[in-house]
Design a protein around this ligand. Structure first.
Ligand code: NAD
Ligand code: IPM
Ligand code: MN
Length: 367
């Protein structure tokens, strides 16, 4: 049987820097665990625009549809701010999500013990935190029509439309209930049914799907109150399901509970392919971090943990995913810190590749 295939799209800014460390870890699993992948690499975002004049070449899109999983670094950067909206780096990522129909974006926020003091919240509030945000990723206001900037009278109007069909809500709700069944059997759905019709429908459909999961304790919260509760007492949550835009905001907020945006991985999953694996793209939650790009300062852990999610969700290698997560836990417990995780006195930060070295060392020690 041929090896599973992985398409790597490092992208822009710190994307290539963090991905270089993940490549070393992928090679480690091939050498030491007999888990070899057929890895190919291509361009996305500004890097693709620079070469092809588009943030995602059609050939890259086609390749992404064929492979077993895609791993993406980050896209965007100030250099591309002047570009027309249609060719901005972010459009490349949005096209991948939409055309691969990756409707369920899993964004776990886990607080590693060694980092409990790094959160801007008190240790008690975050220690032991382990929540999963399921963000709908292919619809809602990101994609709804009509959209655009139009002339109306003597001024311009910017328009975006929040739109959800019952089936779009149903499928992402099912993903969230399935996850809840494997975890703490609690699901909180967040919308604004008090002001938005799409929120009313969201609440109705999630409630209906919940009848198929009687063991899961379902609750509903307005998303603004949810944001407040996430900061007040995040451990009340197990799985959260929410729409595309609220999920974007809530997951960045949840990232800070864990100490740094540089820690948060994600998996974007679609329907199963012919081989039974879900269509999948794995990417850190953070962006291209232009303020630190090219300086060897980026924390590669979010991208490394995104590969751990690939091992778990695409390749059925849960035990190897745990091995990698345990290696990350060990280096953090040993006090290895990239600059974004500093806080203790007298601790010198390691570089991006220094963090990669430490994780590889911990992986070797796990054998
Ligand atoms: P950002 O996530 O790039 O950066 C926010 C802050 O977090 C910065 O101070 C940055 O230095 C820090 N940070 C982020 N990741 C880090 C890491 N791994 N290690 C250490 N520090 C890290 O968000 P932004 O500044 O709002 O956006 C910059 C660009 O990235 C924009 O063009 C935006 O559209 C894009 N973006 C892309 C993605 C993606 O590709 N998935 C996600 C978010 C933002
Ligand atoms: C994210 C990012 C993206 C989003 C952008 C870069 C398109 O913020 O993945 O969280 O808004 O979904
Ligand atoms: Mn975001």
């Amino acid at each position: 049987m041929s090896n599973p295939s992985l398409l790597i799209l490092p992208g822009d800014g710190i994307g290539p820097e963090v991905m270089a460390e993940v490549r070393r870890i992928i090679d480690w699993f091939g050498d030491k665990r007999g888990l070899a992948f057929d890895v190919s690499e291509d361009l996305v975002g500004g890097a693709a625009y620079d070469k092809h004049g588009t943030p995602l070449h059609d050939d890259t899109m086609a390749r992404a549809q064929e492979v077993d999983a895609v791993l993406l670094g980050a896209v965007g950067g100030p250099k591309y701010d002047v570009l027309d909206f249609s060719v901005k780096p972010e459009r490349g990522l949005l096209r991948l999500r939409k055309e691969m129909d990756l409707y369920a974006n899993l964004r776990p926020a886990q607080c590693f013990d060694a980092l409990a003091d790094f959160s801007s919240l008190k240790r008690d509030v975050v220690a032991g935190l382990d929540i999963m945000i399921v963000r709908e990723l292919t619809s809602g206001i990101y994609f709804g029509e009509p959209r655009g900037i139009i002339e109306e009278g003597n001024e311009r109007v910017g328009i975006n439309t929040q739109r959800y069909t019952e089936s779009e809500i149903d499928r992402v709700a099912r993903s969230a209930f399935e996850l809840a069944m494997k975890r703490g059997k609690k699901l909180c759905s967040m919308e604004k049914a008090n002001v938005m019709e799409s929120g009313i429908l969201w609440r109705e459909v999630v409630t209906e799907v919940g009848k198929d999961y009687p063991e899961v304790e379902l609750s509903h919260m307005y998303a603004d109150a949810g944001a407040m509760q996430l900061c007040r007492w995040p451990k009340q949550f197990d799985v959260i399901v929410t729409d595309n835009l609220f999920g974007d905001l809530l997951s960045d907020a949840a990232a800070m509970l864990t100490g740094s945006l540089g820690m948060l991985p994600s998996a974007s999953l679609g329907a199963p392919m012919a081989n039974g694996r879900p269509k999948a793209l794995y990417e850190p939650v953070h962006g291209s971090a232009p303020d630190i790009a090219g300086q060897g300062k980026a924390n590669p852990i979010a991208c490394v943990l995104s590969f751990a999610m690939a091992l778990r969700y695409s390749f059925d290698q849960g035990a190897e995913a745990e091995r990698l997560e345990a290696a990350v836990n060990k280096v953090l417990a040993d006090g290895v810190r990239t600059a974004d995780l500093l806080g203790e006195e007298g601790v010198q930060p390691v570089s991006t590749s220094g963090m990669g070295d430490a994780i590889l060392g911990a992986l070797d020690a796990s054998l």
